[in-house]
Design a protein around this ligand. Structure first.
Ligand code: GLA
Length: 389
């Protein structure tokens, strides 16, 4: 449950809870991915933006090694730990994102100071907009600021991803943490998830990014995500034997090479691989289209990405299908696709600026009539990555 406290009141809430003024306020944004889905853990390409929804932490250093965390979004729930024995908290699972980051930083040899923290965010939880990566990144930067450590942003993203994998137990890729750390305002970020290199891509003029939340929730800790990862790894093992060239990931396979060898793969595995291989190509095409302001091609690539995620990767669901279908009928909608891991959550839409108000009203009405769910639909501003306020 979101407590009804505006983000900027976090300072006052901190003073009430800890009877002191916070020394730092740090923010980290959620994200929406424009194209490049399920490619990050295949060493591929992604093109996300950071959105104007974020997590904030107000913090103050303690002289001992205890960390006290209070989450305003969970009714002021509290979790407390010693940095000398960091364990998971089953009662307050939100705190595990902060615990994991602290654990990983300590593992890397950073000696963290104790802290008092108040956390508040407005990234919808469980909607596929990376509220957890925002919390991780916010916590990581907070520990850095409190401890006076200077870690570069790519390392911070790697630390948060490792914390996700090894402490929280989710096998996610690096996209969400990376964009939360490194986003540039008004730009999307092309991330090469193998080399961890990136370039910012200006968003086409006259186009808005609109997020449509189906309000169908699905957790990521879900077996389906890990099952897809395993199928991709199986494809790599089989293709490595047959392609006649060394490959490490599906990133190394071209659409033509896959088409030549597809029949050596079990049919389901072949479809999963085809999604990844064609999606990587679509990301690079989308970057070229965005750079020349070609919204029609960019939108068509988003539509093609959705079809591939639905038919080959099998991560769509009836609510996402309804949302995409209704969106595409609206005037000024250039493209619509599911975004994030899938199975619920949000779609991302490329919409002509002037058409946005009618788009929102019509899609909300039609989606509610068809599914009985009240969606949340809003245009997003591409914001900068995590920072101290
Ligand atoms: C989730 C994961 C990301 C990425 C997407 C799918 O958001 O956290 O790493 O794999 O799913 O593109």
């Amino acid at each position: 449950m979101m407590a009804d406290i505006p983000l900027d009141l976090i300072r006052i809430e901190f003073a009430k809870i800890f009877s002191a003024v916070p020394e730092h306020i740090v923010r980290a944004p959620g994200r929406v991915n424009l194209i490049g889905e399920h490619t990050d853990y295949n060493d591929g390409f992604v093109l996300p933006i950071a959105i104007d929804r974020e997590t904030r932490i107000a913090a103050r250093r303690r002289t001992d090694r205890r960390v006290r965390m209070v989450a305003l979004d969970f009714g002021g729930a509290t979790s407390e730990m010693s940095l000398d024995a960091i364990t998971r908290d089953k009662e307050q699972p939100w705190s595990n994102y902060i615990r994991g980051v602290a654990w990983m930083l300590e593992q890397r040899g950073w000696h963290l100071p104790g802290a008092e923290m108040v956390i508040r965010g407005n990234v919808p939880i469980g909607a596929g907009l990376s509220s957890s990566a925002a919390l991780q990144m916010c916590a990581a930067l907070t520990f850095c600021v409190l401890g006076g450590f200077d870690l570069d942003r790519v390392t911070l993203a790697q630390i948060c991803q490792k914390a996700d994998n090894e402490f929280v137990g989710i096998q996610s890729g690096i996209m969400d943490q990376f964009i939360s750390a490194l986003a540039r305002a008004d730009h999307a970020l092309l991330i090469d998830c193998r080399h961890l290199s990136y370039e910012s891509v200006p968003l086409p003029r006259g186009a808005r990014i609109v997020v449509c939340d189906t309000m169908k929730r699905r957790g990521l800790v879900d077996s389906e995500y890990n099952a897809r990862r395993a199928e991709c790894e199986q494809a790599v093992r089989l293709l490595a034997v047959n392609l006649g060239k060394p490959i490490r990931a599906l990133r190394d396979v071209s659409p033509d090479e896959l088409a030549r060898c597809a029949d050596i793969l079990p049919p389901t595995v072949a479809r999963r691989a085809r999604h990844v291989v064609t999606e990587n190509a679509r990301v690079l095409d989308a970057v070229a289209a965005a750079r020349r302001g070609d919204v029609v091609t960019l939108g068509a690539l988003m539509d093609a990405s959705h079809a591939s995620l639905r038919d080959d990767y099998a991560v769509s669901c009836p609510e996402l299908e309804a949302m995409v279908e209704i969106a595409r009928k609206q005037p000024g909608c250039w493209g619509a696709r599911l975004t994030g891991a899938g199975f619920g959550g949000c779609t991302v839409n490329l919409v002509e600026e002037d058409a946005v108000p009618a788009f929102i009203a019509n899609v909300a009405r039609e989606y509610a009539a068809r599914t009985g769910r009240t969606p949340q639909i809003y245009p997003c501003q591409a914001t900068a990555g995590a920072s101290e306020l």
